[in-house]
Design a protein around this ligand. Structure first.
Ligand SMILES: O=c1ccn([C@@H]2O[C@H](COP(=O)(O)OP(=O)(O)O[C@H]3O[C@@H](CO)[C@H](O)[C@H]3O)[C@@H](O)[C@H]2O)c(=O)[nH]1
Ligand SMILES: [Mn+2]
Length: 359
C-alpha cells in the first residue's frame, strides 16, 4: 500500500467518534491533526473538574468532566470510575456514532519500517469494515488484505467471515506491560513492527489494552464497560482487561470477530511501575480466578442482544466471582447500572418501553 496518506474524504468521517480520557493535557493532538481533525472528539476529563483542559484550535469536540457525568447520569454515575482511565467508557455511552476509536493522550503517530507516518485511525477503520475469521484460522493471516487470500484447505463455506466488532492496535516504544514486568525491565522498548492483522480465534481470550482501540459501537458498545477502578476501588489498570474479557465472551456468543495487530501507535510515557503495582496488586491474584471464569462462561441461546448477554454475564460474575471477593458483587451491580444508563441515554426500546414512553 503506498504510504499512509490523509484520504480525500476521510473514511467514516460522520460515523466515528474519537474518545480520549485525560487527566493531563491534549498537546498530543497536534501530531494527530492531519488524521484526526475531520473527526468529532469526545474528551472525558478525569480528576479535578475545576481544572480547564485546553483543546487545540480547529478540533470539533465535546468535553465532559466529573460534574457533567454526575449531572447527566445522576445516581447511575456511580458506575463510572474516577481517577482512572476507565472513565473513558462514559464517552462510548454518550456518543451517537456507529464507531468509536479511543486513544491515550501519551500516544503519538508511529512510523512504519519505511519511515512513513502511520494513520492508525485509517487502519482501524479498514479492520472494522473487513470481516474477521474467528471460526477457522487463516495461516496467511488477514485474507481480505491486498495481496493476501484464503489458503488452500480453507472451507469455501466459511470465507464470508464474521462481522468485525473490535480492532485492537499495538504500540511501539513503551509496551503495555504490567507493573512487575515494568519493574524488572524498566528500559525495555518495543521496536518490533509486525506487519499483520490477526483475528483472535473463537474461544480464546486476550488482554485488551485501551490505549489504541477501535470498535463497532452498534455491534458491541454495551459490552465495553471499563469497570469500577481508581478512586475508592481496590484495583486499577484492569479496566480495559475487564472490558476485553466480557467483550470477547459476548463476541464469541454472537458470532462477531475481534482483530489484533496493526495499527501501531508510538506510546511515549511509562507510568510509574511502583504506583502501578499498588493499583494492579489484587488484580494479579484475582485474574487467576477471573480467566477460568470467562473461559468457562456460557450464555443462553435466548441472549441475542449485547445488553441481554451483559446482564446475564453480570449475574454469573456475582454468583461465581462474588465468592472470590465482595468487590465482584459491587462490580456486577455496576455492570447492571451501566446497561441501565446506556439504555436510558441511547433510547434502547426496552428502556423506552419500561418508561411507558414506547410509541
Ligand atoms: O487517573 C487517570 C490516569 C490516566 N488517565 C488517562 O488515561 C490514559 C492512560 O493513562 P497513562 O498513559 O498514564 O496509563 P498507562 O499506564 O500508560 O496505560 C494504562 O492505561 C490504560 C490504557 O489506556 C491501561 O490501564 C494501561 O495501559 C491517558 O490518556 C491519561 O490521561 C485518566 O484519565 N485518569
Ligand atoms: Mn500511557
Amino acid at each position: 500500500m503506498a504510504g499512509a496518506s490523509v484520504p480525500a474524504t476521510p473514511l467514516l468521517k460522520d460515523e466515528l467518534d474519537i474518545v480520549i480520557p485525560t487527566i493531563r493535557n491534549l498537546d498530543f493532538l497536534e501530531m494527530w491533526r492531519p488524521f484526526f481533525e475531520p473527526y468529532h472528539l469526545i474528551i472525558v476529563q478525569d480528576g479535578d473538574p475545576s481544572k480547564t483542559i485546553k483543546v487545540p484550535e480547529g478540533f470539533d469536540y465535546e468535553l465532559y468532566n466529573r460534574n457533567d457525568i454526575n449531572r447527566i447520569l445522576g445516581p447511575k454515575a456511580s458506575c463510572i470510575s474516577f481517577k482512572d482511565s476507565a472513565c473513558r467508557c462514559f464517552g462510548y455511552m454518550v456518543s451517537k456514532k456507529k464507531y468509536i476509536y479511543t486513544i491515550d493522550d501519551d500516544c503519538f503517530v508511529a512510523k512504519d519500517p519505511s519511515g512513513k507516518d502511520i494513520n492508525a485511525l485509517e487502519q482501524h477503520i479498514q479492520n472494522l469494515l473487513c470481516p474477521s475469521t474467528p471460526h477457522f484460522f487463516n495461516t496467511l493471516y488477514d485474507p481480505y488484505r491486498e495481496g493476501a487470500d484464503f489458503v488452500r484447505g480453507y472451507p469455501f463455506s466459511m470465507r464470508e467471515g464474521a462481522h468485525t466488532a473490535v480492532s485492537h492496535g499495538l504500540w511501539l516504544n513503551v509496551p503495555d506491560y504490567d507493573a512487575p514486568t515494568q519493574l524488572v525491565k524498566p528500559r525495555e522498548r518495543n521496536t518490533r513492527y509486525v506487519d499483520a492483522v490477526l483475528t483472535i480465534p473463537k474461544g480464546t481470550l486476550f488482554p485488551m489494552c485501551g490505549m489504541n482501540l477501535a470498535f463497532d459501537r452498534e455491534l458491541i458498545g454495551p459490552a465495553m464497560y471499563f469497570g469500577l477502578m481508581g478512586d475508592g476501588q481496590p484495583i486499577g489498570r484492569y479496566d480495559d482487561m475487564w472490558a476485553g474479557w466480557c467483550t470477547k465472551v459476548i463476541c464469541d456468543h454472537l458470532g462477531l470477530g475481534v482483530k489484533t495487530g496493526l495499527p501501531y501507535i508510538y506510546h511515549s510515557k511509562a507510568s510509574n511501575p511502583f504506583v502501578n503495582l499498588k493499583k494492579e496488586y489484587k488484580g494479579i491474584f484475582w485474574q487467576e480466578e477471573c480467566i477460568p471464569f470467562f473461559q468457562s462462561a456460557t450464555l443462553p441461546k435466548d441472549c441475542t442482544t449485547v445488553q441481554a448477554c451483559y446482564i446475564e454475564l453480570a449475574k454469573q460474575v456475582k454468583e461465581k466471582l462474588g465468592k472470590v471477593d465482595e468487590y465482584f458483587i459491587k462490580l456486577a451491580d455496576a455492570m447492571v447500572t451501566w446497561i441501565e444508563a446506556w439504555d436510558e441515554l441511547n433510547g434502547t426500546p426496552a428502556a423506552a418501553a419500561a418508561n411507558g414512553s414506547a410509541k
